[in-house]
Design a protein around this ligand. Structure first.
Ligand SMILES: Nc1nc2c(c(=O)[nH]1)N[C@H]1C(S)=C(S)[C@@H](COP(=O)(O)OP(=O)(O)OC[C@H]3O[C@@H](n4cnc5c(N)ncnc54)[C@H](O)[C@@H]3O)O[C@H]1N2
Ligand code: MOO
Length: 390
């Protein structure tokens, strides 16, 4: 059996960064920017008023000072002329500041009669003017790689970058295996259960920026599995679920091998998730996840997410850990890394009593996986421990 770190480095060597594609801004949120882009304009392109009010000369601003309003500067249509001593221009938020103006009085600080305004309240020191280029200037970069946030999308739009270079989404084919499985919404026979892992993994994958497709369930025979692999054609990553262990009906390894899978590893020193396998099948990477629902999801977090990050060109490695204090004693760990379901609140980590890898109710309540390293000694209440946030 190999270690979790060895499994991860094998997995990274099975995949490469996907090519980039140009997409419209409206579809850019959550996608990964493939290379640096640069502003094609200054923002604001001119000195702009930050308030609705009157543009005047700063050296004339004083309580009771009077000005003659000679024109208007609105957002989208500025005032062309010069503003001289004793003059003011009616101005609105976002409008260009005319020549001669270096102070915008708030209209709340003025009284207006006809075309004359008088300063009636202390206007303070803030000129209420946004200098040209205050937000960004031509050539200002947005660094890549990065997962684009809604704020990034707004910035790209302001920079007039209508088409965004992003990494292509990894196409992931998900194959559940087992005679006992039916799809959610179907009516299971007395010995059957509902396929859940594919749905949890699709959610995890799609959230990470992949495009996951759920293929028809493969039955526990070679022909059905082979057909599922055929349907996975074109995928960047093929993920099977179940059929990975040592039982008579665990056919994923042998069938994949027959179809040309070059196995990179089988079995990892971890709990849950021991019967994990991976390799290459033609152009695709293949990961065989264990069938137990919690094992499949834990392996999804530990291995599949970093692999998707690598394909998207994001920094990829072991999942980052955080620290919290144990609320109970924990016995020494054995020769496999153990990822125990837990709940963290206010820096305190509480383990669930039941850790069986079939319990989705527990996984759904958990927000952390306590990481027990290989051979870790017993831990006492209050000890600082590492966990992976879920
Ligand atoms: N003699 C041994 N038996 C087992 C070992 C072992 O080392 N020696 N390992 C155990 C461990 S650990 C795991 S994990 C499981 C993994 O087995 P498989 O990957 O072959 O998974 P299956 O046998 O097909 O299924 C296990 C379990 O999970 C349910 N399942 C499968 N797929 C789905 C799905 N898509 N959605 C929901 N549930 C699913 C399946 O019905 C079984 O209950 O093997 C142990 N045995
Ligand atoms: O390792 Mo299995 O994945 O413990 O349930």
């Amino acid at each position: 059996m190999i270690t979790v770190d060895e499994a991860l480095s094998h997995l990274f060597s099975l995949v490469s960064t996907l090519p980039e594609e140009l997409i419209p801004l409206t579809e850019a949120a959550g996608r990964v920017l493939a290379h640096e882009v640069q502003a094609t304009r200054n923002q604001p392109p001119f000195a702009a008023s930050a308030m609705d009010g009157y543009g005047v000369r700063a050296d004339e601003v004083a309580l009771d000072a009077k000005f003659k309003v000679i024109g208007e500067s609105a957002a989208g249509l500025g005032f062309d002329g010069d503003v001289r001593a004793g003059e003011a221009v009616r101005i609105f938020t976002g409008a260009p500041v005319p020549d001669g103006v270096d102070f915008v009085l708030l209209q709340e600080d003025c009284d207006r009669f006809g075309s004359t305004i008088t300063i009636t309240s202390d206007p303070g020191d803030n000129a209420n003017i946004r200098p040209a280029g205050a937000d960004f200037v031509i050539g200002q970069p947005i660094a890549a790689p990065r997962r684009l946030t809604p704020a990034d999308v707004a910035l790209l739009a302001a920079m007039n970058i209508a088409q965004v270079p992003v990494r292509r989404r990894p196409d992931v084919a998900l194959i559940s295996t087992g005679n006992e499985l039916v799809m959610p919404g179907d009516t299971p026979g007395p010995d059957q259960i509902i396929a859940s892992n594919t749905f949890g993994l699709k959610a995890l994958l799609d959230q990470a920026g992949a495009h996951a497709r759920i293929l028809p369930i493969a039955r526990d025979n070679e022909a059905s599995l082979a057909m599922a692999f055929e349907l996975a054609e074109g995928a960047d990553l093929v993920i099977t679920i179940g059929g990975a262990s040592v039982g008579d009906h665990d056919l994923v390894g042998p069938v994949a091998a027959e179809l040309g899978m070059e196995q990179a590893f089988y079995k990892v020193a971890m709990r849950p998730g021991k019967p994990l396998m991976a390799g290459r099948m033609g152009k695709a990477a293949m990961i065989g996840l264990p069938g137990n629902p919690v094992s499949a999801m834990v392996c999804g977090h530990l291995f599949v997410l970093p692999v998707v990050h690598a394909m998207l060109g994001l920094p990829a490695g072991r999942r980052a850990t955080r620290q919290a204090r144990l609320t109970t004693d924990v016995a020494a760990n054995g020769p496999r890394e153990h990822y125990m379901r837990a709940r963290v609140a206010d820096g305190q980590l509480t383990l669930f009593d039941r850790q069986d890898s079939s319990l989705l109710t527990i996984l759904s309540e958990a927000n952390a996986l306590l990481l027990r390293p290989v051979g870790d000694g017993p831990r006492a209440t209050g000890d600082q421990v590492d966990y992976i946030p879920l």
